[in-house]
Design a binder for this molecule. Structure first.
Ligand SMILES: [Zn+2]
Ligand SMILES: [Zn+2]
Length: 168
């Protein structure tokens, strides 16, 4: 999504809408599918050589639940504003402020991508109450129940238990 600075320089505002297809599969292994991102960008001249872009982005991701391994969809919506300049000396990157340097046209795709990536949880869950799968028999505990005994015995303790049993 490339936006030319030409009209902005002359003080005209610009509203751009479009769809962006992001490829995030390599960064997010749990991602099964990502709908094209719906983007609305509003661009404005703030000052000589200073421009702002306000973006609303919306999509829907299909992820694998990290607990029960079932695919589920997660709507992803975000809104953000950034400043950019067309002269190098005004560009900066500090904790308080970031002004991107853009020569002739602004490419929104890397920024849209970054925001979207940050929205996808590291260990996605289909529901915060998801029961996951039984580590012993593999049953999805959201759908089914099992009677597996999951009390864990420390293997070192188990040896000690055997030892004491042998003493009787
Ligand atoms: Zn789940
Ligand atoms: Zn089980």
């Amino acid at each position: 999504m490339q936006i030319s600075l030409h009209q902005l320089r002359q003080g005209q505002q610009k509203r751009v809408t479009g769809r962006v297809q992001l490829d995030l599969q390599r960064d997010v292994p749990d991602l099964l599918h990502l709908e094209p991102m719906e983007v609305t960008a509003h661009l404005e001249k703030q000052d000589t050589h200073l421009f702002s872009v306000h973006v609303e982005q919306k999509t829907c991701a299909t992820l694998t639940c990290s607990r029960c391994l079932t695919p589920f969809s997660l709507p992803l919506e975000a809104e953000w504003t950034e400043l950019f300049t067309d002269v190098e000396y005004m560009a900066r990157e500090t904790d308080e402020q970031e002004i991107y340097f853009v020569e002739e046209s602004l490419d929104l795709q890397p920024l849209i991508r970054e925001v979207c990536l940050l929205q996808i949880p590291f260990a996605p869950v289909c529901d915060e109450h998801c029961q996951g799968i039984c580590p012993k028999c593999g049953v999805n505990k959201n759908i089914d129940t099992c009677s597996c005994d999951l009390t864990r015995i420390d293997p070192r303790m188990a040896k000690l238990q055997d030892f004491f049993k042998g003493q009787d």
